[in-house]
Design a protein around this ligand. Sequence first.
Ligand SMILES: [Zn+2]
Length: 120
Amino acid sequence: MRHMLHILLHFLIPAAVASLFYPKRRLEVWLILCATMLVDLDHLLADPIYDPNRCSINFHPLHSYWAIGLYVGLLIPAKTRLIAIGLLIHMLLDWQDCHFKVTFTGIWQGVSDIYTRIFS
Ligand SMILES: [Zn+2]
């Protein structure tokens, strides 16, 4: 469920940004923003390629803090700005996913602790 939401957000947030800030070329902008999802190709270097319990941020090379710093720099030239926006939205969503995962695990741990105390 959480994972489905995460994937959905990777399409919905770019759609919202494209509609809000580039209303006249929203489809084109949305497609460019979605194309930055290719950044996930760096998962192919990892083993396993996909692990739902792993945080992408600062694990995969194109999700490293160095790479994110580069994406911020790409905001400056007008030609690379949209790609930079797409990449930074992606990093923000991946980061949010890690954070949410931690919180969710924490809540689950709390619930099972209470259950153990009551029933053992
Ligand atoms: Zn990613």
